[in-house]
Write a protein that binds this ligand. Structure first.
Ligand code: 6PG
Length: 243
């Protein structure tokens, strides 16, 4: 059963998650001399990335940034300087402000004309990789990474990275698939706001229907999955977790 932590608001969501990520990084570096983190995109993590890079915060000095390898759970099919780029957002809010060696930043080359080619090359990059921290966000339709309701990728069992055409976005996405998303020592799902409340309930409480609620794949991770959600996002839970 996933651990669910409810916090007051988006600010506390960022600080609580930053502290948890710092602890997971320290543990990984102590055990393996490095830590592999897989970042998520969207709007929710922006404050977290900014908070992680904030020199006034205690974790900024606690983290040995030279030991960090950074990956992405998914990317929009756009170049890194495009406003929709998940890499671009992470670079702006975090990576340009902390001393992670350039060759340890493993971004998805989403500027490639063919999204499937970008997926193939990234599959080679993450082939044997077990992540220490897998950061995920949650869509209002209960999608995770770029695995949307009804996606054939939900049943994927071998390919670790795929290109997915998102008809509702009329756009390609490059995304890790369940085998790669779940190949992590800790999975941290962060979400906030009332618009996510139904998706949170679907993912945590409703009967299994993964094709309809892709976030339910986190149930396969058992206690490696942790949810940090704010009160607004927790409001539809039948059994609100202990705060
Ligand atoms: C992306 C993300 C996606 C995101 C959710 C939530 O590339 O958009 O990886 O899965 O986490 O859509 O997005 P928000 O945080 O913007 O609500």
């Amino acid at each position: 059963m996933a651990l669910v932590t409810v916090v007051d608001d988006a600010v506390q969501l960022a600080t609580t998650s930053a502290l948890r990520i710092t602890t997971l990084i320290e543990r990984a570096v102590a055990a393996r001399e490095s830590a592999a983190i897989c970042l998520t995109g969207g709007r929710t993590p922006e404050r977290l990335y900014d908070t992680l890079a904030d020199e006034r915060q205690p974790w900024r000095a606690r983290i040995d940034w030279s030991r960090i390898h950074v990956f992405w759970g998914d990317e929009r099919h756009v170049p890194p300087d495009h406003p929709d780029s998940n890499f671009g957002m992470a670079h702006r809010t975090l990576l340009s402000r902390v001393p992670i060696p350039h060759d340890q930043i493993h971004r998805i080359e989403a500027e490639r004309p063919d999204a499937r080619e970008a997926a193939r090359s990234y599959a080679a990059e993450v082939r044997d990789r077990t992540f220490d921290v897998m950061l995920l966000g949650l869509g209002e339709d209960a999608h995770v990474a770029s695995i949307f309701p009804g996606s054939p990728l939900i049943d994927e069992r071998s390919v670790r990275v795929a290109a997915a055409w998102a008809p509702h976005l009329r756009a390609w996405r490059i995304t890790l698939t369940p085998p790669a998303l779940l190949d992590a020592r800790a999975i941290l799902m962060m979400t906030s706001g009332a618009t996510k409340a139904d998706a949170v309930r679907a993912a945590l409480e409703l009967p299994e229907d993964v094709m309809r609620y892709p976030a339910q794949i986190l149930r396969r991770a058992d206690d490696r999955a942790e949810w940090v959600i704010d009160r607004a996002a927790a409001r539809s839970l039948a059994a609100p977790p202990a705060r």
